[in-house]
Design a protein around this ligand. Structure first.
Ligand code: 4AD
Ligand code: MG
Length: 480
């Protein structure tokens, strides 16, 4: 085992008087006459350690080259801090400069940079306090997801990334091909001949692991997937990515109510886990948000501070109502009567973000689970209700985010499913295997998809989804 220690470990142990080495990147350097202060962060925690160096003990050029961004190792004695703002500091005995960072070139100077600018330097932004905090929260949430499901007897199932089917039926897929784009082989009718493509058929990047997830649930009982998902929808919003991560649990024998109970419990658990395990990060992110909001008009500011908002979600039941009830609420709202909604409200519409946010933020002031949507605005696999008009869908709507989870009970009746597939002109040949599960031992089952970055947005209080994934992919942007 190595004896390298991270700053997180050193701060935890706080062995005052001991000799130790810290390794990391210089955040700031401050010279005064008799002493040089160097702040070092290694990414293991939001906290930096201040190194105190006596300039007469070190080579002048070495001290000159230690600038913001430089990679260093400092050996010294850990002492209780003389100054305010930190508990311990390190008196330097030896300094090793691994790599310089020329202050005329290094773009991350110790001043406030805009989030837009930081997106342009996504290769370096993890070295800021903000992105360090976000990435650690993201890690904690990912770990908590696996822990939650493992503790509850779910099995982690890896579903394919390359697929021949369109799970959501929305046709927003990225093609995967090795055919020559300039000169593809053609069929006799003059169409591209995918039989000659790598897989001998048309293939795409998956938009969801659900269909294969169902195969797993109908064998293992309870499964979940957690993987990358791709959507070629041209929506340049602060809540959409072309590549995002989705968690999709799927459970045999669960009906809609069980599905809702699981979704609510799961979200509360994850938020609680972040509160307990990312306390320092959340304090920092809360302050960041308050600072940012100072520039906003009153009505654009969040009604609660970040941690208060997270606690509120944990402590309060989600409001559950049907789509039809929600449309009534919207129709009877002052906002509607005064013509404040941009998009029309009537039974059958796909709810717009303004409608979802009205329900969550104005009407109920709590997360909302909407169920039983019109079948025409939902995917083919959802359980058809007796009324012939609606399906057993459920969307979880969160304040400031809108839809964070989408799911449903699944249609388990072979004939009804086939009929819906035919009505929607879905290519049966690409999902014959899916249909077979309804032929051989079909049972009721349900599941949902949680957008990982939407959750990360909510927990970190960031406003743009590009800022909660290390390297965002959006229309016209796949740098890094
Ligand atoms: O509602 P969606 O499209 O549902 C499905 O894909 C189902 N197959 C899930 C299931 O039942 N197993 O997507 C689920 C969630 C959304 O609620 C949202 O949080 C997120 O995935 N999501 C996106 N996140 C970021 N960028 C996008 N373009 C997203 N599209 C969906
Ligand atoms: Mg959805």
């Amino acid at each position: 085992m190595t004896d390298l220690k991270t700053i997180a470990e050193i701060l935890k142990e706080a062995q005052i008087g001991s000799e130790m080495t810290i390794r990391g990147w210089v955040r700031t350097k401050r010279d005064s006459k008799n002493v040089v202060f160097i702040n070092i962060n290694d990414g293991s925690t939001i906290h930096s350690i201040q190194v105190v160096a006596d300039p007469t003990q070190f080579n002048e050029q070495l001290l000159h080259d230690i600038n913001t961004g430089a990679g260093v190792a400092v050996k010294g004695i850990l002492i209780a801090s003389q100054g305010s703002g930190q508990a311990v500091e390190l008196t330097a005995k030896e300094i090793n400069l691994y790599g310089k960072a020329d202050p005329n070139e290094f773009p991350l100077q110790p001043k406030k940079h805009s989030l837009e600018f930081l997106r342009e330097i996504a290769h370096l932004r993890p070295r800021t306090n903000t992105f360090g905090a976000i990435l650690r929260v993201r890690h904690a949430l990912a770990f908590a997801i696996h822990k939650y499901f493992n503790d509850k007897g779910f099995y982690y199932l890896n579903t394919p990334i390359i697929t021949g089917s369109d799970a959501e039926g929305a046709g927003e897929m990225f093609r995967v091909t090795t055919l020559d784009a300039q000169n593809p082989p053609l069929t006799e009718e003059g169409k591209i001949d995918y039989k000659q493509d790598f897989f001998g058929q048309e293939t795409n990047l998956t938009v969801s692991g659900q269909l294969e997830g169902e195969l797993g649930a109908l064998a293992l009982g309870k499964i979940y997937t957690f993987g990358p998902t791709f959507r070629a929808e041209n929506s340049n919003t602060a809540r959409h990515l072309a590549e995002f991560w989705m968690i999709e649990p799927e459970m045999a024998f669960y009906q809609l109510k069980d599905n809702m109970d699981l979704a609510e419990d799961f979200l509360k658990y994850l938020i609680q886990y972040a509160m307990q395990n990312c306390a320092d990060e959340l304090v920092f992110l809360e302050k960041r948000l308050l600072d940012e909001e100072k520039q906003l008009a009153n009505e654009e500011r969040a009604p609660m501070a970040l941690r208060e908002k997270l606690q509120f979600i944990i402590d309060n039941p989600f409001k559950r109502l049907t789509y039809t009830e929600a449309i009534d609420v919207l129709l009877n709202s002052k906002a509607h009567k005064k013509g404040k909604f941009k998009f029309p409200v009537e039974w059958g519409i796909d709810l717009q973000s303004e409608h979802e946010r009205y329900l969550v933020e104005k009407e109920f002031k709590a997360p909302v689970i909407l169920t039983n949507y019109p079948k025409d605005i939902k995917a083919f696999y959802m359980k058809q209700n007796e009324d012939g008009k609606t399906v057993g869908a459920m969307d979880v709507l969160f304040p400031g985010i809108g839809e964070i989870i989408g799911g449903s009970e699944r249609e388990s009746d072979y004939d009804k499913l086939l009929q819906r597939i035919e009505e929607l002109n879905i290519n049966k040949e690409t999902i014959w295997w899916y249909l077979e599960t309804r032929k051989f031992g079909s049972v009721p089952h349900s599941g949902f998809g949680l957008g990982f970055e939407r959750l990360a947005l909510f927990v970190t209080g960031m406003r743009n989804i590009r800022d909660v994934i290390p390297f965002p992919r959006t229309p016209k942007s796949a740098k890094f």
